[in-house]
Design a protein around this ligand. Structure first.
Ligand code: ADE
Length: 229
């Protein structure tokens, strides 16, 4: 898979994607993540990529031309399955969307900034808009890092244990069961006895019951979403 990220702040996105599972996936050539500085596509002598809003509103707007040039340059080299714009008014990121994105070959993520981007970019170049939550970030870089991380860990081979991603919370719309490690007792706090029983079938049943109970208690709305997009 190849992920091209277009941003005005490359440093902000590079660090979170250079550690842990994402770094390992890159090292194993499972994913290529290329960060592009939007300013490199500006024809302005000061490398400006934003301008005042025609509406007179306060705040700068990212201009259509550098974005058009950046996206077209990439599109001239390969076909992209999705061109994503990070925005608080996009569709909410969830595990199903990450699963879908992880199956694609090439995607572009355009990070929003300032007061937003010229609407003509959204109307003509973007195929998908994603929000990572109902709050406003200073820019789309952290959102792009979150989206990328959630996708990359799902690429087969990215996790040490192939089955791990399947048992993550939200796969099947259930929260993950609690986990414990040694010692079996600490400070008088005991690990549930069933986990020490060695009975795999009973442990599996317990894990499912715990997942159900946790989901009902903490995120009951997830149980209504079975089968939804
Ligand atoms: N840019 C600013 N806020 C955002 C959010 N909540 N999700 C995605 N991109 C954003």
């Amino acid at each position: 898979m190849r992920i091209d990220i277009i941003t005005v702040l490359p440093e902000l996105i590079e660090s979170p994607l250079n550690h842990s599972i994402v770094k390992r996936a890159k090292d194993k050539n499972l994913v290529e993540i290329i960060v592009h500085n939007l300013r490199d596509y500006s024809t302005d002598k000061h490398k400006r990529v934003d301008d005042y809003a025609f509406s007179g509103d306060a705040g700068m707007v990212m201009m259509v031309e550098p974005i058009f040039r950046a996206i077209n340059d990439l599109k001239s080299q390969r076909t992209y399955d999705e061109i994503i714009y990070t925005s608080p008014d996009g569709k909410m990121l969830n595990q199903q969307r990450s699963n879908y994105l992880s199956t694609l070959k090439n995607i572009i993520i355009l990070c929003g900034h300032y007061k937003g981007i010229d609407q003509r970019v959204r109307d003509n170049l973007i195929t998908m808009e994603i929000s990572i939550g109902d709050y406003v970030l200073s820019g789309g870089e952290l959102a792009a890092a979150v989206i990328t991380d959630s996708i990359v860990r799902l690429i087969p081979g990215a996790l040490g244990d192939e089955t791990s991603a399947l048992t993550d919370s939200f796969q099947d719309n259930l929260l993950a069961p609690p986990v414990y490690t040694r010692p079996a007792e600490f400070n008088g706090w005991k690990v549930p006895e069933i986990l020490l029983s060695g009975n795999d079938a009973l442990i599996e049943k317990w894990k499912f019951e715990q997942s159900m109970e946790r989901t009902k208690r903490l995120r009951p709305e997830l149980l209504d979403e079975w089968g939804e997009d």
